[in-house]
Design a protein around this ligand. Sequence first.
Ligand SMILES: [Zn+2]
Length: 344
Amino acid sequence: MNAGSQAGLAERLASGTVLGAEGYVFELERRGYIKAGPFVPEVVLDFPDAVRELHREFLRAGAEVMVALTYYAHREKLRHVGREGDLEAMNRQAVRIAREIAAEGGALVAGNVCNTWAYDPDDAATSVAVRAMYAEQLGWAAEEGIDFVISETNDYLGEALIALEVSLGLGLPAMVTLASTQPDQTRDGYDYADACRILAEHGAAVVGLNCDRGPQTMLPMLARIRAAVDCPVAAQPVPYRTNPGAPTMESLRSDGGGRAFPLALEPFSCTRFEMAQFAVDARDLGVGYVGICCGGGPHHVRAMAEALGRETPASRYSPSMDLHPMYKADVAARDSDFRAAWNA
Ligand SMILES: [Zn+2]
């Protein structure tokens, strides 16, 4: 365990909003270190400095939790890319890297598991296989030292409950969040708010939603979840302009009509200001753990932190547009030609 004098997750949630940051897989894919398609975090072993750097960027931007990059680093996925032999090393190294960078700024360390694509609620054998995958991943994470577990992008309540049980069995608090890709129900037929309530009743420390939906289409669901549970609620949307007609990033369509997910989502990107507004809206709704998911960058996180009233290490370089020649109150006469061109 990350035993130390710093406040743990529960203490931080009790005293205010906890700011998280995710989206490691998307960002490292953009940077050329993860293959889109399988989205397996081979970067942890192949280019560990790239992982360190992104952790550090999120930390400097105000993230209070370093999430070990073990998303999709489970046996089923690694088998598909021919790296099953690297499974343990990849999981252990991801936690070590997260710990190393968390120590630079007093952040918490979260172990991470996600939907496996192996679970079938109608096939009990798959529950056994999923439990074994979570047990080995989280067992290694616990040995390396984590503060809590984030089980995320859960399509099925049943699969999420397995991750929760494995976490609690290891003595680790768990934040369990659902992937809300369907209009209002998990894939095994539970209303999202009911599923969160059931997770809370089974001992989840935090419940909520992450990924898939942008701020506009996640906020209404968060209000229902907030009303359904007594425990802290988490919200980590994608920074994309989803809307009632296309409520998830997977359903967004490019101008030509093709699916924008996952490689052509840029035209739908939220600005840092939109994500800052989300952070405030979520906090005001009573969401205790506010973060970001696929597509998120350090500029979003810093803006969210500052909107929550914080100054971060990266705030030293936050915008001062009054120092830009064209944004000054009194644009110099010799610069006015530039402004004319801008306004053309
Ligand atoms: Zn995501």
